[in-house]
Design a protein around this ligand. Structure first.
Ligand SMILES: *Cc1c(COP(=O)(O)O)cnc(C)c1O
Length: 364
């Protein structure tokens, strides 16, 4: 075990990685399995790297029970490039898609899609500053839409879908950047799931795309090679040089998820961790209050305010001095945000809850 002092890390992304994973990476950094090299220094065509690459993909398939008719792609460009690739591959003149607006990332996806086709708003909670998630029954889309797009967890506003829409023959596309791997998900309900790695999967630089094979076949052909899903599917995500170190880390994070007991157990841990902080907010008699409506609360990003604005500044300053990192809310929302991703230990969440109670006692 490392004796290194680790921060109480609540960063929103890039964010905490499991200590156990970092220790493996540290140990293997100079000499990966007696090759005399780190993963970063070897060819992406070498047998050693291919094994790392293929086992990361196989582990993801296993952890999520991904059906055979889905491809797992490891791409670059972040979730933000998926905002472009999805409409570029699946929309053309006259085509439509429906987007559910639940926050800043949904808006960005929507804006990008408009460059490629007619985009409709399937539902929106913008009018109430994105503190809720629309009811599944209220989502409007058409049978001939190319797809319906949602954001499963709204990193900035701290809301999360608890139940996903079932869109039948219209593929459901989900940006799961900030809650991928945090709980079991029935992949078969989705046409595409995508996520940048830097919240729950590993370091930034890798983007995971889980996509139904028939969609890849149907996609537009006259688009740039690197932006075509088919290019990456046909080449096992090794068309060009992939982010090799990030893929190695993804594989190690997946091993860690398996060692936790899989997604059921990870979900249970996440519920308990978030409850430590939400319960503190709810028990504070309004000293603290949450941004999200209770039913929509995210287990990954806890957004809250200190009722008194001056005290809020003091809270953030004292928390920082006490070793808590990343508690400032996103610049577009303000307030406080604690991101409690998979790798944030329970003790870290308990330490924040204790700090919040103590701060209230001293300042109420
Ligand atoms: C962080 C985040 C993004 C942006 O991801 P990049 O990898 O930086 O492009 C997109 N969507 C959601 C929901 C996010 O949390």
């Amino acid at each position: 075990m490392s004796t290194t002092k680790r921060a109480y890390n609540f960063n929103a992304g890039p964010s905490a990685l499991p200590l156990e994973v970092l220790e493996v990476a540290q140990k293997e950094l100079l000499d990966y399995q007696q090759t005399g090299m780190s993963i970063m220094e070897m060819s992406h065509r070498s047998a050693t790297f291919e094994e790392v690459h293929n086992s990361a993909i196989a582990r993801l398939r296993k952890v999520y029970s991904i059906p055979e008719n889905y491809e797992v792609l490891l791409l670059q460009g972040g979730a933000s490039l998926q905002f472009t690739m999805i409409p570029m591959n699946f929309l053309s003149e006259g085509a439509t898609a429906s987007y559910v607006q639940t926050g800043a990332w949904s808006e960005k996806a929507y804006k990008e899609a408009k460059l490629f086709g007619t985009i409709k708003e399937a539902a929106s909670t913008k009018a109430e500053n994105y503190k809720s998630i629309p009811a599944v029954a209220d989502i409007a889309y058409d049978a001939d839409d190319a797809y319906v797009h949602i954001t499963s967890n709204n990193t900035i506003f701290g809301t999360q879908w608890k139940e996903f829409p079932v869109t039948g023959d219209v593929p459901l596309v989900a940006d799961m950047s900030s809650d991928i791997l945090s709980k079991p998900v029935d992949v078969a309900n989705f046409g595409i799931i995508y996520a940048g790695a830097q919240k729950n999967l590993g370091p930034s630089g890798v983007t995971v795309v889980i996509i139904r094979k028939d969609l890849i076949e149907k996609a537009n052909k006259n688009i740039p090679t690197m932006l075509k899903y088919a290019t990456h599917a046909d080449n096992n995500s090794l068309y060009n040089t992939p982010p090799t170190f990030g893929i190695y880390m993804l594989g190690e994070v997946l091993k860690w998820v398996e060692a936790q007991g899989g997604l059921e157990q990870v979900a249970k841990n996440n519920e308990e961790k978030a409850a430590l902080i939400y319960d503190t907010i709810d028990a504070s008699n309004g000293f603290y209050y949450g941004h999200a409506e209770k039913e929509a609360r995210s287990l990954m990003n806890i957004t809250f305010r200190v009722a008194d604005e001056e005290l809020e500044k003091k809270f953030l300053a004292e928390a920082k001095a006490a070793g808590f990192v990343g508690l400032n809310g996103h610049r577009s929302v303000g307030g406080c945000r604690a991101s409690t991703y998979n790798a944030v230990p329970r003790e870290t969440c308990q330490a924040l809850a204790d700090f919040m109670v103590k701060f209230q006692q001293e300042n109420a």
